[in-house]
Design a protein around this ligand. Structure first.
Ligand code: F0G
Length: 461
């Protein structure tokens, strides 16, 4: 008998209580937080979908591995275990641990970029973009046109626009030190990149003699989408597909806080000996000795074990299905979301839901704030606050104004997700009453983390 219900592929050994609060409390907490959900105390959040990064539940086997951590400063056994797992997965030669993904990005880009250089990607995530721009280089987004249209259906909306990539390689190739592809494409909706597209990018890179780096944070989710959607891949294991993806790359940056199933950690990996030596020298300066890179030995153990668990098929089937389940409920209620649902998150299309709030009054903030006040659910704006401030200091609308509801790995059950769906559908019914926002105070870089905002009178009132 093939039962149809896809269950959580684990049972729960340890629980953490969530705190229930009243609407008035949440209104006050949000006001105190400058109307920026990043500044809330997490305790005052009922269901926290701010990020899937570092928020997952570790397995009993990971906690067990933590007790095996070797805390030696140099040459720790835990490093070699970590290195062996990452090498077996990626096939890459130099494995450099870092305290999280952005440390890998900073070390890579500070090593290889000079002012005026260009790094193409499908879509750079905010930290990647910031780490490129701080080197006075350009972060260029070249996702396929479907990837910019929330309602457009495409099985691999994260794919790179090959014609556009070829054109920049032809016209600005002398200023491109490497090509990057983000799997899955977080800023574009957690959308996967096909193996076919990666192969074609690889060919273009070969023709122009450019190294290809993956931003591999969610490589396992990407591999599972390939299994589900790419012709000829259905019979293969996610692990074999992941190996093929990495096999096309010359290097990668990785945040182990996502598909490493760990609460902290990351790595930078590459084949080039000279770049690796320079990166390790920078690592020693700011992260630590190359066999720990800013992590404890026990973190390296947790990541090594997590990288093995994350490619297990029952886990990935449940993971991708539980995100789609939330998406389907919202689609059925006519809430506009990025379609099809991504791997780690559902992205609400705030610009489509709140047409009375112009992009420079931040419809994503309006929606995220209402979700918190009405239901205690915390999502995050991915839109004009996050991406609208250009490095020349001017401000304009981002490509999309979204609210991301990121699902932590192995943390929430189906009834939590049912509650979230009910909450979003309720808030969508209030849409005409939601105000836009203005910035009271904001820094010049990564302003979304610390900006203080205030509601403006609704355009309709
Ligand atoms: N690249 C992508 C695609 C990411 O999504 C992130 C982090 C990073 C790089 C940086 O990794 O946080 O370990 O330094 N994304 C988190 C998020 C923060 O919420 O999506 P990090």
């Amino acid at each position: 008998m093939n039962f149809r219900t896809i269950i959580e592929p684990f049972r729960i050994k340890s629980v953490e209580a969530v705190k229930f609060t009243h609407r008035e409390d949440r209104e006050a907490r949000l006001r105190e937080a400058g109307y920026n959900v990043f500044k809330l105390h997490a305790e005052d959040v009922l269901i926290d979908l701010l990020t899937d990064s570092g928020t997952g539940a570790m397995s009993a086997a990971q906690w067990g591995a933590i007790m095996q951590g070797d805390e030696s400063y140099a040459g720790s056994r835990s490093y070699y275990r970590f290195r062996d797992v990452v090498s077996a997965l990626t096939g890459l030669k130099h494995i450099i641990p870092t305290h999280q993904g952005r440390a890998a990005e900073r070390i890579l880009f500070h090593t290889v970029l000079k002012p005026g250089m260009v790094v193409p990607n499908n879509n750079h995530f905010d930290t990647t973009r910031a780490n490129i721009e701080v080197e006075e280089a350009e972060a260029l987004d070249l996702v396929i046109p479907e990837g910019r249209v929330p309602s457009a259906l495409h099985p691999f909306k994260g794919n790179v626009d090959l014609a556009a990539l070829e054109q920049v390689l032809d016209t600005r190739g002398d200023r491109i030190p490497l090509v990057m592809v983000t799997i899955t494409n977080n800023s574009g909706g957690g959308q996967p990149v096909s193996l076919g597209n990666l192969e074609a990018v690889r060919k273009l890179c070969d023709r122009h003699r450019k190294p290809l780096f993956l931003d591999a944070c969610r490589f396992a989710e990407n591999a599972y989408f390939i299994k589900l959607r790419e012709p000829g891949q259905g019979g293969r294991t996610p692990k074999a597909i992941a190996r093929d993806m990495f096999g096309l790359a010359d290097g990668c940056t990785m945040s182990a806080k996502k598909d490493g199933l760990a609460n902290i950690g990351g790595f930078l990996a590459m084949n080039d000996d000279e770049w690796a030596e320079r990166c390790r020298n920078l690592l020693i300066l700011t992260e630590g000795f190359p066999t720990y890179g800013g992590l404890a030995g026990y973190d390296l153990e947790a990541i090594a074990r997590g990288l093995e668990e994350v490619v297990e098929e029952p886990y990935l089937r449940y993971r991708i299905r539980s995100t789609a389940y939330l998406g389907e409920k919202l689609i059925a209620a006519d809430v506009p979301i990025i379609q099809p649902p991504g791997g780690h998150a559902i992205y609400l299309d705030a610009r489509a839901l709140l047409p009375h709030i112009p992009p420079l009054q931040y419809p994503g903030i309006a929606l995220a704030n209402a979700l918190y006040v009405e239901a205690g659910v915390r999502g995050v704006e991915i839109g004009t606050i996050m991406f609208g401030l250009h490095h020349d200091g001017t401000e304009g609308p981002a490509a999309m104004d979204l609210v991301r509801l990121a699902i932590p790995r192995r943390v929430y059950t189906q009834s939590h997700i049912d509650y979230v769906a009910e909450a979003v559908i309720y808030v969508a019914s209030l849409k005409d009453t939601l105000p836009g926002y203005r910035i009271v105070h904001a820094p010049k870089v990564l302003r979304h983390f610390t900006a203080e905002l205030a509601p403006v009178a609704s355009a309709r009132s």
